[in-house]
Design a protein around this ligand. Structure first.
Ligand SMILES: *[C@@H]1O[C@H](CO)[C@@H](O)[C@H](O)[C@H]1NC(C)=O
Ligand SMILES: *[C@@H]1O[C@H](CO)[C@@H](O)[C@H](O)[C@H]1NC(C)=O
Ligand SMILES: *[C@@H]1O[C@H](CO)[C@@H](O)[C@H](O)[C@H]1NC(C)=O
Ligand SMILES: [Ca+2]
Ligand SMILES: [Ca+2]
Length: 571
């Protein structure tokens, strides 16, 4: 019955038109394919079972094969590894576990020779407590006194006991304030006590962090993914006090992060100011050195309205790519309508103001795609993120459909995010070709004999080949940022069928159709066009080059996803 309503639904497709500006230059990051590497797990070069920079360098050709524009490396900096490298003790040193600065330089050189860009993770919200800066600050050394957020706290009127300056709870639970015996003051930490927050009200801190950006930019880094941006600044009244946060109603446990509504510790004006300042630095760097635009990424689990301000608040510019995690909320039961709502959420809010979009499918802090949506939908998601306009972001291993490794297999010493951080599966040899050593820092998934790069290369419709097919399409004119005469529309044409249409100046058109459901769907009169199947998901009964008259009937098998093409040259 639904199919009869189709022509109506088609009219309701959401269409996004021309850019108003006359410029047609597309910066490299605007329709890029980004790929996140978790360095401990990508490739080991020296047999110690831990991935490293030389390992990554040895696999750059693979990234080229994938059609990746730029790869971003999770932190490689010197760190005591209390939070696996997100606790940095020296921002301008490579941790020995990953190699040396010479290895890093060699990696950059090779990447650039291959036409690949390298993006580094920049973790400004805090340093390790083992960082020399923190040690100096504890000792109140000249210039470092206010490098971190230090406070005396409050004295309880009844008990006379000293209390933290506010009721703030850290992301990892417990007070955001920890007492330091040596300095006799509290310091602020939005995350672990081993990760004291830098004080971004201090101009010298800002200068140092700009120095860090310059250091890596000078070494040829093409961009930075800035971590935990919302946590950079905290509210502080002019009289030096910190307001308590109200309870959220989401938790009964006052020591839980969810207990409060984070109106004073997230997305503060100070944070925006700092982000704008970094952008100014990058723009200036570009003017002086003539280098390609440096994409300023940001990790921000914030509302689209807040993200919009991170890009540009009307007078100031900030990040080019505020990472969009909307699609990561999709699960096995999600419908085409759910997909439409999530895509619309971004396209209605961010696109009209900034003409930019990005779609993240997974990362080092969430379960593997195959576990979230089910293996049968991995290809559907791959086709979706590459079909949408803007930048796609893929976490290593998702392109071959890697799955979580059950936690009972993982060493107790490691954390609950281990399942999605297991070694990359390269081939069918021992340890999936990740290392020549006898152990790996996390176990290799048992499914590596089927799911690995070497095997999937030779399977026509493997996850890998579908991924490569999509990145190839992404390089065509129709899939590039839709500007001028290029068009884009999307929508649920049936409750379970999601459609994306990309066109290039009336010469070429692609339709991506994705059946999210487990039933056969029929589409009648989708368009007055005959199109050709050019990319097919694993269980599609169609074949490459087959034609379909869309003015008549098109059927889709359960979980089938296809790309159809039409062009004026007739092929
Ligand atoms: C980081 O390491 C470099 C090189 O070893 C050194 O010059 C610098 O002082 C260190 N910085 C900090 C903050 O420890
Ligand atoms: C500090 O300023 C805030 C906001 O103006 C006010 O609510 C608070 O009561 C003041 N606290 C003290 C101790 O003066
Ligand atoms: C944008 O942010 C800057 C820096 O925080 C601020 O000075 C400016 O007033 C803001 N502009 C608008 C239109 O809100
Ligand atoms: Ca190693
Ligand atoms: Ca902070």
């Amino acid at each position: 019955m639904w199919s009869r309503l189709l022509p109506l639904c088609t009219v309701l497709l959401l269409c996004y038109g021309k850019r108003t500006t006359a410029t047609t230059t597309v910066d490299w990051w605007e329709s890029a394919t980004l790929y996140q590497i978790y360095p401990r797990s990508f490739m080991d070069s020296n047999g110690d079972g831990v991935g490293d920079l030389n390992g990554i360098a040895s696999r750059l050709e693979y990234l080229k094969e994938l059609g990746v524009t730029a790869t971003w490396l999770s932190p490689i900096f010197k760190s005591p590894m209390a939070d696996f490298g997100y606790d940095i003790s020296n921002f301008t040193e490579v941790d020995p576990i990953f190699g040396t600065m010479a290895d890093f330089d060699a990696l950059i050189t090779k990447a650039h020779q291959l036409g690949l860009k390298i993006i580094l993770d920049f973790v400004p919200n805090h340093s390790s407590d083992e960082c020399e800066w923190f040690q100096k600050s504890v000792r109140r050394e000249d210039g470092y006194d206010d490098f971190y957020v230090w406070e005396d706290g409050k004295i309880d009127a009844q008990t006379g006991e000293r209390m933290p300056p506010s009721n703030w709870v850290s992301v990892f639970s417990g007070s955001m304030w920890t007492w330091n015996e040596q300095r006799q003051q509290y310091f602020l930490h939005q995350f672990l006590p081993k990760q004291p927050d830098l004080n971004f009200r201090n101009q010298m801190v800002r200068e140092h962090m700009r120095g860090v950006l310059k250091f890596w930019s000078d070494r040829g880094v093409d961009g930075f993914r800035i971590d935990a941006v919302p946590h950079i600044g905290e509210k502080r009244y002019a009289n030096g006090t910190y307001p308590d946060e109200p309870s959220s109603g989401w938790s009964d446990d006052p020591s839980s992060y969810n207990y409060h509504e984070h109106i004073y510790t997230k997305d503060q004006p100070l944070t925006l100011e700092v982000v704008y300042e970094w952008r100014q630095f990058f723009d200036e760097y570009k003017r002086q050195n003539g280098v390609d635009t440096i994409a300023l990424l940001a990790e921000a689990y914030s509302s689209v309205e807040v993200l919009s301000d991170y890009i540009n608040n009307g007078t100031h510019s900030g990040t080019q790519i505020p990472m969009n995690f909307n699609l990561m909320s999709l699960i096995g039961y999600s419908t085409a309508k759910n997909v439409e709502d999530l895509v619309k959420g971004w396209m209605d809010t961010i696109w009209p103001r900034h003409q930019t979009a990005n779609w993240v499918l997974g990362n080092h802090d969430s379960a593997r795609l195959a576990n979230r949506v089910g293996r049968e939908k991995v290809d559907l998601m791959t086709m979706l993120v590459h079909a949408l306009p803007g930048t796609s972001v893929t976490y290593y291993g998702e392109e071959i459909g890697m799955s979580n490794v059950a936690t009972e297999y993982t060493p107790v010493s490691c954390d609950d995010r281990d399942p999605e951080r297991t070694p990359m599966q390269w081939d069918t040899t021992a340890h999936a070709g990740f290392t020549t050593g006898s152990t790996t820092w996390l176990p290799v998934s048992v499914d590596y004999e089927q799911l690995n790069v070497a095997t999937e290369r030779s399977v026509a419709r493997s996850h890998l080949n579908i991924f490569k097919g999509m990145t190839k399409l992404k390089q065509t004119l129709a899939f590039k940022a839709f500007k001028d005469e290029n068009g884009f529309s999307f929508g649920a044409v049936l409750p379970q069928v999601f459609q994306v249409v990309r066109t290039a100046a009336k010469q070429e058109e692609y339709r991506i159709l994705i059946n999210m459901g487990n039933k056969i769907e029929y589409l009648y009169g989708l368009a007055n066009q005959t199109m050709v199947y050019v990319l097919l998901s694993q269980f599609s009964p169609h074949s490459y080059g087959e034609k379909v008259d869309l003015s008549k009937r098109l059927y889709m098998m359960p979980y089938e996803a296809v790309v159809l093409r039409w062009s004026t040259d007739g092929d």
